[in-house]
Write a protein that binds this ligand. Structure first.
Ligand code: MRU
Length: 339
């Protein structure tokens, strides 16, 4: 599994530009805050954990630049944090990572030298990345127990290596099962309008030699009826205290289809995705994205004639979720989650 969507070497941050996949596999440099913000906002890097990791490194890159100009102070970091957190509102991993970086600064702001503060921030960003990778491994180990031999799995969006920096959340049990010799096949939902399934998940599974089949989102119900699907696994962008789960638009409909067809529906996520401060899904802010994401697909010329809605995420109520695959094990109710 030698795919690294986020690289950090000698204080330089690089990412795979996911907007160029599947046609081009290229890394781009993110040398400053502006480029980090642009990359997150334009989905060059995306997926809840990967956004969090990139924001942590972006925080370091910006703080390091401020330190060089002798302008590293609480106010400058506050405005930097606000800028990063505001980029994408639904995935909680972004604010989770930025807050951890801010806390690290607070802990060290009285250190004698600015170099020590910068060192502490660098180490924290690297630690966040390593922790998220480790969480993916554990999710894989927990989730593998759910995968029969042979297995037919359905997934939505991309919750794999590209979205997490580790072996994925939803795809981690798939990779672990492959590793232990199971015959696994994945139905990959296209994931309109941006096509994370078609462009990223299919490419990533293929890259890792996992048998998979691409379907459009509106085929999912029929495939559940006409083939044997053992389980659906998706990732998550925010899971509230009662277990309601925000994930890529289309997840809610998929969960309803799974319930109707009696297919177990699992959500896989690291602890950075749980937001216990929010009681339920009604309180999650859903990102509304540019209407061009929808109209461009059809190459519509008279775009102004179209009134478009483009919520990037939806919320699946806990009642439709069979269980949560976490680094701490599998839980069918959030109240039982202990870590
Ligand atoms: O808009 P994106 O591509 O950042 O949305 C990503 C998703 O919704 C993923 O399914 C989610 O982040 C799962 S986490 C690996």
């Amino acid at each position: 599994m030698n795919l690294e969507p986020i690289l950090f070497e000698n204080d330089c941050l690089k990412i795979i530009d996911q907007t160029r996949l599947p046609d081009k596999f290229i890394y781009i440099n993110l040398p400053d805050l502006k480029s980090v913000c642009k990359a997150i906002r334009s989905l060059k890097i995306r997926g809840a954990p990967a956004i969090g990791i990139t924001a942590a490194y972006g925080f370091f890159v910006a703080a390091n630049a401020l330190a060089k100009k002798k302008k590293l102070n609480t106010d400058a970091l506050l405005s930097l944090a606000e800028k990063l957190i505001g980029l994408r509102p639904t995935a909680v991993n972004l604010s989770w990572a930025v807050k951890r970086m801010q806390d690290e600064y607070k802990k060290h702001s009285d250190d004698t030298s600015i170099e020590q503060v910068v060192d502490a921030l660098r180490n924290k960003a690297i630690m966040i990345h390593q922790e998220e990778k480790a969480a993916c491994e554990k999710i894989g180990e927990s989730g593998e127990k759910l995968i029969p031999q042979p297995a037919n799995i359905m997934t939505h969006c991309n919750a794999g290596i590209l979205a997490t920096g580790g072996i994925g959340t939803a795809l981690a049990p798939v990779y672990k099962s492959m590793g232990s010799g199971k015959n696994v096949h994945v139905f990959v939902n296209e994931t309109r309008p941006v096509g994370q399934g078609a462009r990223l998940t299919y490419w990533e599974l293929n890259y890792n030699k996992v048998p998979c089949t691409l379907i459009t989102d509106n085929m999912a119900g029929w495939i559940m009826k006409s083939k044997k699907i053992d389980l659906v696994i998706t990732g998550a962008d925010r899971i509230t205290a009662n277990g309601d789960t925000a994930n890529k638009i289309g997840t809610y409909a998929l969960a309803i289809l799974a319930k109707y067809h009696k297919v177990p529906f699992y959500v896989a996520a690291p602890l950075s995705t749980f937001d216990f401060k929010i009681p339920d899904g009604y309180n999650i802010m859903i990102e509304e994205r540019d209407k061009e994401e929808i109209t461009n697909f059809w190459n519509i010329k008279k775009k102004r004639l179209y009134k478009v809605m483009n919520p990037a995420f939806d919320v699946t109520p806990a009642s439709l979720i069979t269980g949560y695959i976490t680094p701490a094990g599998i839980f069918n109710r959030i109240e039982n989650l202990t870590y």
